[in-house]
Design a protein around this ligand. Structure first.
Ligand code: HEM
Length: 132
């Protein structure tokens, strides 16, 4: 067999990834539910997200090199994240994918994986939140 496989990161490429993440944070910036969780200036958040997505898609371990083990769930613990927040995050990402023209199998597989990761970040039930 002489079939050539590319890793997802190579299929997307660094420029397109950057475009995607900027398009994503432009939406986060306008989203009434999740905007308040983020710092006012989103540029450092976007920079870290580009590093993380690079390695998430099988590219170089840029996030780990600068920030150590990702431990994503732990890094999200300071924020109360409900199912609704996960849904909002995913909507911003889906619209960003539309904007930069991601489609087909690649988009489907990438998005499905993000759905799983986003739900893994949920750390607050709505009932719990009402107690605060
Ligand atoms: C489920 C909904 C999610 C919410 C509401 C959320 C929210 C946040 C917030 C508020 C921060 C801190 C931003 C900052 O201080 O700069 C953050 C950081 C981050 N998030 Fe999320 N996030 C979600 C899902 C995800 C998912 C699915 C991923 C990855 C696939 C992800 C990756 C990251 C990364 C890489 C950082 C930077 C971590 C760091 O500061 O070291 N997040 N997120």
């Amino acid at each position: 067999m002489n079939r050539k496989y590319t890793i997802p990161y190579e299929e997307l490429g660094p420029e397109k990834l950057k475009e995607l993440i900027y398009a994503f944070y432009r939406r986060v910036d306008k989203h009434p539910l999740i905007r308040p969780l983020f710092p006012e200036d989103l540029s450092e958040t976007a920079r870290k997200q580009i590093q993380f997505q690079t390695q998430y898609l099988g590219g170089p371990n840029l996030f780990t090199e600068e920030h150590g083990h990702p431990m994503m769930k732990a890094r999200h613990m300071p924020f109360r994240i409900t199912q609704d927040h996960a849904q909002a995050w995913l909507e911003c990402m889906s619209e960003a994918m539309d904007e930069v023209g991601l489609e087909g199998k690649f988009r489907e597989v990438y998005f499905k994986r993000l759905v799983l990761t986003a739900h893994h970040m949920v750390n607050t039930k709505v009932e719990d939140e009402e107690e605060f």
